[in-house]
Design a binder for this molecule. Sequence first.
Ligand code: FE2
Length: 387
Amino acid sequence: MMMQTYQFKAPSVIVNGPGAAKEVGNFAKSLGKKALLVTDTQLEKAGLLNDIKKSLEIAGVPFAMYDKVVMEPTQDYTEEGLKAFQEAGSDFLIAVGGGSPMDTAKAIGALATNGGKISDFMGANRIPKPAAPLIAIPTTAGTGSEVTPFTIITDTAKDVKMLIASPNILPRVALVDPLMTLQMPQGITAATVLDALTHAIEAYVSVKAQPLTDTLALQAIRMIGANLRQAWSNGDNLEARTNMLIGSLHAGLAFANSSVALVHGMARPIGAYFHVPHGISNAALLPTVIEFSILGNPEKYADIAEAMGENTEGLSLLDAAYLAAEATRRPNDDLKIPTLKGLGVEEKKFHSVVKQMAADAIASGSPGNNPRKATPDEIVELYKKAY
Ligand SMILES: [Fe+2]
């Protein structure tokens, strides 16, 4: 038996199930005097904020809004949001939306109590003081950001997605409500379910995995694998949406504590250089990177194949493990995920930046968690293969 201890961190409270978002007022009361609600304009138009605003009003908690976040978060949104936070005299945050509003709110919270610029905090454990408290309410079943100590902010001047990891930005409360995900359009559903699946798989094979994250990650793979097609085919299917969101929550808790690996490391530069949505970048890389990584831990990849519903009976360990790649290629076909080329990633530019992308991937640290280590040249080859 190896002598080792493990740490597992999570928000103080996670409320999950249909209607969870309506409990926001009760939690808001105990976190501060005035909230900044960070969201995007589309959600407001879709009426998704109505119950949340009502709950805050009933609880007597005043709030200001910052609803400018569109697409992936950048340092400009962060600074604009911080200004809104300070001008409103807010002392805590409520994020409603996908990964972008949640990640932006984490960054605003960090700057509010620590000062400086968000780029000062790039990397692991570089935020000295706890951020302003945050209640996170996801509207997509994908990022898991509601339970992670990570935020990804794009430095638009350098085309780099800055990975910022610190327990000081972990949300205090996560309200995980499938009713908030029913209106998600099909394209966003596809991107986010494949992000969640990638979180679950990478958390399971990460060299930082631990018994608690293994349990959560494997259950996440089962729930996501069994429900992603139904949630995509019929957005109103509450049972599929609930299972997807709870699966994504399991995956979020897992990778918050065991990290992601090579797929995420390689996906971020694709997003930064070509503005491909995060989940789609992951999906385009996942089967190729799995094939490469299997030799590092075939037992775990065989478990993944089984959790994805593949029939592994009577197969050798390696044959079973290779089914994991197959099992992740099929959702890409079913949910019509294009290859990088099909996504409009221009070939000339791709070849001119692919070496730099490999360097950026390694610099993010995530590839270091992969069960099979990849050299810069191998990462370039994997990019080309996925292209
Ligand atoms: Fe992700």
